[in-house]
Design a binder for this molecule. Structure first.
Ligand SMILES: *Cc1c(COP(=O)(O)O)cnc(C)c1O
Length: 354
């Protein structure tokens, strides 16, 4: 606390990101980063852009990137908004769409940044409980207030909804915006972007952080009908007209163009996920069905806190959320098969001792 703080600062509950260790060689399975990294063409493109042109401001409209993203969905650049990571896109959506309209509905167990933005923008959260299997009670999402936010696949469970269920949420909320956060959609769920032409209340948010291996570049985007996109642009141009710098634009455009690298590494991650689930089951773990690049798993005989600490002592970082209903679970990022085997070896050593 400081006497210089504005009134709102004291009321915030800032998001806690996963640990980013410095200088140690740890196996990092705690923040859902991509094990293979971006396409080599991304590095080339960033190198090629790193010259005296950095004295110039970047394109404030990010037209080339928005055009490329739109094209892959059969939409024009007027249907695409880009931001400094999808967290920033989400923040602008709260300011442009949800603020000042009553309660915003989202699941009791989901991405914790939604609550953080509720505090920041003065939006009241209305938590809809997931069922005992951590599945979404679709009919319960009828937001008469500010709107609805759905993470698909959900985090940290990894469980995905089908497109029919997303469409049901859209149909039962025709007068409010349904924001679908698709940070992990490429690992096995179906994107709602195809529904954008038919639903003016749909805002789809994606990121290059997870499936394009670019968490460090900070590029996210939204797809929606142009009226919603214009609202986001009005907030962006009242906040920071240049959220994507020249290097980020160059890298993101190259990442989007290299479909082959994207698909090949995504398939490797999906195959490793299946292998990891099977290996964990051999050790007695129960894992929720994941369509993401992480698994959410629990062991009947061993607490998650203990496993977290013992794994850390063996150089393996995973994530634990000390929250009701999920405190017994660990969220483990799907890495390379070598990283997966190091995790399994550490667990096999820890479990018999407890
Ligand atoms: C990682 C993540 C994001 C944010 O990713 P950015 O790196 O800010 O693009 C958004 N939503 C969910 C559910 C995530 O897991």
């Amino acid at each position: 606390m400081s006497r210089f703080w504005s009134e709102i600062v004291e009321t915030l509950t800032p998001y806690t990101p996963g640990e980013q260790p410095r200088g140690q060689s740890l196996i990092k399975l705690n923040t859902n980063e991509h094990p293979y990294g971006p396409s080599p063409k991304v590095i080339d493109a960033i190198r090629a852009a790193a010259d005296a042109r950095l004295r110039l401001y970047p394109d404030p409209q990010a037209t080339a990137l928005r055009t490329a993203i739109g094209q892959s969905h059969g939409l024009g650049p007027d249907h695409v908004f880009v931001g400094n990571g999808s967290d920033e896109v989400l923040a602008h959506a709260f300011a442009a769409i949800f603020q000042g309209k009553g309660a915003l509905q989202f699941a009791d167990i989901t991405y914790s940044f939604y609550r953080t933005y509720c505090r920041l923008y003065g939006v009241e959260p209305e938590l809809i409980p997931l069922d005992a299997r951590f599945e979404m009670d679709v009919p319960a999402f009828v937001g008469a207030g500010a709107g609805v936010v759905v993470a698909n696949p959900n985090a940290p469970t990894g469980i995905a909804l089908g497109l029919e269920q997303i469409e049901q949420v859209l149909r039962q909320n025709p007068d409010v915006v349904v924001l679908v956060d698709e940070a992990y959609v490429d690992f096995g769920a179906e994107s709602a972007a195809a529904l954008v032409p038919r639903y003016d209340n749909l805002l789809v948010v994606q990121t290059l952080s997870k499936s394009r291996g670019l968490a460090g570049l900070r590029v996210g985007f939204a797809i929606a009908q142009p009226q919603l996109i214009d609202g986001l642009l009005r907030i962006k141009d009242s906040f920071n007209s240049y959220p994507l710098d020249r290097l980020a634009l160059a890298g993101a455009e190259a990442a989007w163009a290299d479909r082959e690298w994207f698909e090949q590494t995504r398939d490797q991650i999906i195959a490793e996920r299946a292998r990891m689930v099977a290996r964990l089951a051999e050790l007695g773990f129960e894992t929720l069905p994941s369509q993401a690049n992480f698994v959410f798993t629990t062991h009947p005989n061993c607490s998650a806190e203990l496993l977290l600490a013992e794994l850390r002592a063996r150089g393996v970082l995973v994530r634990h959320f000390p929250q009701d209903r999920i405190a017994g679970y660990l969220r483990i990022t799907v890495g390379t098969p070598e990283e997966g085997e190091a995790l399994i070896a550490a667990l096999a050593e820890i479990l018999p001792r407890h």
